[in-house]
Design a protein around this ligand. Structure first.
Ligand code: UD1
Length: 418
């Protein structure tokens, strides 16, 4: 099983270019089904989740493949509207093909998606919203058979929680529905605005993306467009955490403070200095981190659940006590059990983790429990005394492009092993 072997203790310094966004690129790849014609997504990251989306597109009859840093998709000949279980299981974002397939064919057949086991992750909000747009959904042998014989019709939809995936599905389905859709309590993540900007460039009429109320006026069809995927704000935060715990000084090329707004203050509380210049955002860490006191994960613009584990690692080596309250996913503290093997002092109860900083972590053999928990364990290994082996890194490959290469370029001692 692939692993990362890290010899801790090196101060990270230098500069890296932050990869294209995973959470940005996946809904854009689903949108390619809806768009008739050729789409080029530039700066599309090389990740196994992106490969999984490309495999789904190919199965559906699209021509999809990599061309340099772009993924190019021609959906002219798309003809299938079912996604086999094996492809659905590859990742959580496979569910965002639902809205795109309904919008293109008026029919979709799929099963519940796979992905990291960070909580129950139901899809009830997605299905409720698709029903509101006129979709009939039945379940046969674990497969969801979804059809809208009379075509999708715009509707007023209120999400009981601002789910990112459900918001994306509504945008995708509503673009070519008849009439107007008003989505209330929509997710406000930057990736929603990115999807809407792309769809608008393809001919959609979406207003208000990035705010809580989004309106979509249905159009007849969408055509292909070119789009550059934004930089990954979550991966950027992981590299910032890596700099923070190694007393580092790192420039994140292409990043701006506004892309990282929800994590800036907690980083500053730890004593890190953040400096913006024309090339990117620089982080300079203190000799010893201070506690950020507490963070609670919330929907955007709140503190992101995806960066929670990075802060768990920082608190583990900071002066003082850090408290993390996880409000989005109920099972996102699995990494803490692994961190304690490295000498961290963490108590968790339900959605709360209380972390008493220790002077230093020590190397250990740990297992990556999920994508962000896994990358955080690598960050821990970078500052631990001795050698850390992080197993199960197929999770990390879902979301980080050339993770070891990027860290090594900053001076980390890390190799990929078997
Ligand atoms: C997306 C992100 C993920 C991030 C998460 C929250 C992508 C590819 N993934 O995941 O990295 O951690 O947003 O910011 O963009 N829920 C329901 N019913 C539903 C849908 C969601 O109860 O039908 C619940 C989930 O179980 C969870 C919460 O809502 O507790 C948030 O989920 P959601 O915003 O949908 O996250 P994802 O789109 O899966």
């Amino acid at each position: 099983m692939a692993c990362y072997i890290i010899e801790g203790g090196n101060r990270l310094s230098g500069e890296i270019t932050v990869q294209g966004s995973k959470n940005g690129s996946l809904p854009l790849l689903s949108a390619c089904v809806l768009v008739r014609g050729e789409t080029a997504l530039k700066n599309c990251p090389r990740l196994t989740d992106v490969d999984a989306a490309v495999n789904i597109l190919t199965y559906l009859g699209c021509k999809a493949g990599r061309c340099g840093d772009s993924v190019v998709v021609d959906s002219t000949d798309a003809c299938e509207c079912d996604i086999p279980d094996s492809l659905m299981q590859e990742m959580r974002s496979s569910v965002v093909f639902l809205g795109a397939l309904l919008g293109r064919f008026g029919r979709a057949e799929l099963s519940s998606p796979g992905g990291c086991e960070i909580g129950l992750r139901p899809i009830d909000l997605h299905l409720e919203a698709m029903r509101a747009l006129g979709t009939k959904i039945t379940e046969e042998g674990g497969r969801l058979i979804c059809s809208c014989p009379d075509g999708l019709k715009g509707a007023r939809i209120t999400l009981s929680f601002p789910s990112v995936g459900a918001t994306e599905n509504v945008l995708l389905a509503a673009c070519t529905a008849k009439g107007e859709t008003v989505l209330i309590n929509a997710a406000r993540e930057p990736e929603i605005k990115e999807l809407a900007d792309f769809l608008n460039a393809c001919g959609a009429k979406i207003k208000g993306a990035g705010e809580s109320i989004i309106t979509v006026e249905g159009v007849k069809a969408l055509c292909g467009a070119e789009h550059t995927v934004s930089r990954d704000r979550i991966a950027a935060c992981t590299f910032m955490a890596a700099a923070a715990v190694t007393k580092g000084d790192v420039l994140l090329c292409g990043m701006t403070q506004d892309m990282l707004m929800p994590v800036l203050e907690p980083f500053e509380k730890t004593g890190c200095k953040l400096m913006q210049d024309t090339r990117g955002l620089r982080i300079k860490a203190p000799e010893r981190l201070l506690s950020f006191s507490s963070v609670r994960t919330m929907p955007y613009p709140g503190f992101p659940t995806d960066s929670q584990a990075d802060f768990g690692v920082m608190a583990s080596v900071a002066h003082g006590t850090g408290v993390i309250i996880e409000n989005i996913f109920e099972n996102r503290f699995k990494y803490t059990a692994e961190l304690t093997k490295m000498g961290a002092d963490i108590r968790t109860e339900g959605r709360v983790a209380v972390i008493q900083g220790v002077k230093a972590l020590h190397g250990a053999q740990v297992f990556s429990p999920d994508l962000r928990g896994g990358s955080a364990l690598v960050v821990a290994g970078l500052c631990a005394k001795g050698v850390t082996r992080v197993n199960g890194i197929h999770y990390i490959d879902r979301g980080y492009e050339n993770f070891d290469g990027q860290l090594a370029a900053l001076g980390a001692k890390i190799i990929r092993g078997e």
